[in-house]
Every structure is written in structure tokens, then in C-alpha cells.
Design a protein around this ligand. Structure first.
Ligand code: TRP
Length: 334
């Protein structure tokens, strides 16, 4: 508990540009959570180092992610939005937790196996201990809930296991976090292969809508989106392409499937795809304007980063000190 509220923690990696999937599946739904929870969101730049980065581009992406959080509607005065690498407690706690994590557990992580297969030339130790750093992120702030997608569920499970193991040895040190199941929000699939998740690292640029795509690009990508056989706009397992577009349309317009089916009765896929493209472009337009304003206002963004870095560091130091003491590290002489 913090300021009388439960604590919610999440974040995204500071790599590449966010997609419509990141937005509709996560970010957009985070905006109202500060009413119920004390929310912390990290720009997860340390995790990004598990894959080779170009330093200048990486720095730009991290700031861009920060600005996108804010542009999407997360108020940095009410949500602690900060840089993971600016709070040294993450790596310090990560080392300690690593000594309470078994290789057998890490060997079971499906994301490690996937990433190792994808980056066979760079299977580094950071990729392997990625879940330990993620556990440190969450446990450092005594988070009660963590909104995560299905691909991160296993990492949250191992976080809970580490926390419980530590608590069993040293008493109630960590809050054991629960997954936060969103009331709304959908899993958005690739526009080119609707059986695959929309991903920012997809090789096919037409597979994903990026949050900073221009209107004509958005419309063009939707026009090229893969649909299914037949010509009816109908939701169903046999129509993954159309169903994905309906999910997207539903998220941005608030209309349910029945209403959407009615709206496009007797019309073809062409009309439908254009309507989805226009609705998405309209949804993203204010976010893009706000993003540009924020990126131009260095003073404001810097002041928010500084304030929240300090806030996060303060919370983190409390947990870290407790942990250091419990495991028997010698206190510094004051
Ligand atoms: N691994 C997460 C992802 O790729 C990002 C992340 C890092 C995270 N630390 C976290 C998410 C802590 C939630 C909580 O999506």
C-alpha cells in the first residue's frame, strides 16, 4: 500500500516504436488505473540491452517511449513514470534475487528459448537472467498488481515464486504480486498474419500499425490487411483476419460486434477496412499531436523525468535496504 492505495507496476521495453497492439492492449487501458491504484511505469531500458542497440537510436527510443506514455494520457504528476536505469536499486536487487533463483527455473522460460533461437549469435547471460531483473522491478516497489500480457505471464509466475521463497526464509519482505486482468482491451494480431501477435519487431512493415504512423500510411496498411475468404463482416473463429479488424474497430469506436456487423451489412471488406483505417487514424491523431508537443518541450519532459526518477528511487531504496539487512549485508557506516 502506498498513500492508501494498492500499488500497480508495469512497463515496456525501450526498443523500437510502440504499435497499435501495445496501445490498445495495454497503454490505453492504463490511463484510468490511477484512480484505483498508485501506479508506477518504467521505461525498461536495461531489459533492452539484452539485444544489441545502436546507442544514439536507443537513447532516442527511450525518450520517445516516455513521451508516448504521457501522450497516451498517463499524467506524470499522478503516475510515477521513470527510467529503470535511473534507479540503481533495480540492478542491485536483481543480483540478490539471482542468488535465490534456480537455473532450472530459468531454463523453463519459454521467452528465453524463443529469443535464444531468434538471436543465436548473441545468447548472452542478460537474456538468460532477464526474468530476475523483471522480478526485481516488480518486487522493489512492493507491487500488488501487474498488468501483463500472456507472453509475460510466466515471468510474473517466477516473480511470485522468488518472492515466496525469499519470504519463507526471511519473513514478509515482499508483497507477492498478482496479475492484473484488464476489464477491457484486446490482443491485437498482425495485419498480415492474424494468427500472430502484432509485433514491433515484425519484418513485414505492413504487419503493424505504429503509433506515430501518418494517416495515409495507416489507411494503406489497413487496405492491405489480410482478410478471409467470403465477403461478410462477421466475427468468428473461421475469420481471424476480419475478427482482428473488428476487435480494433471495437476498441476505438466502443461499438460491439453486433453493431459492427450491422453497420457493414451488405458492404464489402473494402469499405470496412477503410472505415477501420480512418477510425484508427482519428484515434491516434490527438496522441500524435501531444507527442510532438512533448518532444518539443524539453524543459517539461525533463522536469517530469527528474521528479519521478527521484520518487521511484525513494520507494526503491526502502525495499532494498530492508532486503540487504535481511540477507546480512553489512550496513554502511554513516
Ligand atoms: N518484459 C516486459 C515486456 O517485454 C517489460 C517489463 C520489464 C515489465 N519489467 C517489467 C513489465 C515489470 C511489467 C513489470 O513486455
Amino acid at each position: 500500500m502506498l498513500n492508501g492505495k494498492k500499488i500497480l507496476y508495469s512497463g515496456m521495453q525501450a526498443t523500437g516504436t510502440l504499435t497499435l497492439g501495445n496501445y490498445l492492449g495495454a497503454l490505453k487501458n492504463w490511463v484510468t488505473l490511477d484512480e484505483e491504484y498508485e501506479c508506477l511505469y518504467g521505461v525498461m531500458d536495461l531489459h533492452s540491452l539484452t539485444v544489441r542497440q545502436n546507442a544514439a537510436e536507443f537513447r532516442k527510443n527511450a525518450r520517445s517511449l516516455y513521451a508516448l506514455y504521457v501522450a497516451a494520457g498517463l499524467d506524470p504528476e499522478k503516475n510515477c513514470i521513470y527510467y529503470q536505469s535511473h534507479v540503481s536499486g533495480h540492478t542491485e536487487l536483481s543480483w540478490i534475487l539471482g542468488c535465490f533463483t534456480y537455473m532450472g527455473e530459468l531454463n523453463r522460460m519459454t521467452q528465453f528459448k524463443d529469443k535464444a533461437a531468434k538471436h543465436a549469435d548473441n545468447i548472452n547471460a542478460g537474456l538468460y537472467t532477464y526474468p530476475v531483473l523483471m522480478a526485481a522491478d516488480i518486487l522493489l516497489y512492493q507491487a500488488d498488481v501487474v498488468p501483463v500480457g500472456v507472453d509475460q505471464k510466466q515471468h510474473l509466475e517466477i516473480t511470485r515464486d522468488i518472492a515466496q521463497r525469499f519470504n519463507a526464509l526471511y519473513g514478509d519482505v515482499f508483497t507477492v504480486p498478482e496479475a492484473y486482468i484488464a476489464k477491457s482491451g484486446a490482443k491485437i494480431m498482425s495485419l498480415q498474419d492474424p494468427l500472430k501477435k502484432m509485433s514491433k519487431s515484425d519484418e513485414n512493415v505492413n504487419a503493424a500499425i505504429f503509433l506515430l504512423d501518418e494517416k495515409d500510411v495507416i489507411i494503406r496498411k489497413f487496405k492491405r490487411a489480410v482478410t478471409d475468404s467470403g465477403c461478410e463482416v462477421r466475427y468468428g473463429e473461421d475469420k481471424p483476419g476480419v475478427s482482428n479488424l473488428m476487435d480494433i474497430y471495437s476498441c476505438v469506436t466502443g461499438r460491439d460486434y453486433a453493431a459492427i456487423e450491422k453497420e457493414f451489412e451488405g458492404k464489402g471488406y473494402g469499405d470496412f477496412k477503410l472505415a477501420v483505417g480512418e477510425a484508427v487514424a482519428e484515434e491516434l491523431s490527438p496522441l500524435q499531436t501531444r507527442y510532438r508537443e512533448l518532444m518539443a518541450d524539453k524543459t517539461y519532459l525533463d522536469s517530469m523525468i527528474k521528479m519521478n526518477d527521484e520518487k521511484a528511487a525513494y520507494y526503491a531504496s526502502k525495499t532494498l535496504r530492508k532486503v540487504q539487512k535481511k540477507v546480512g549485508l553489512t550496513e554502511k557506516i554513516k
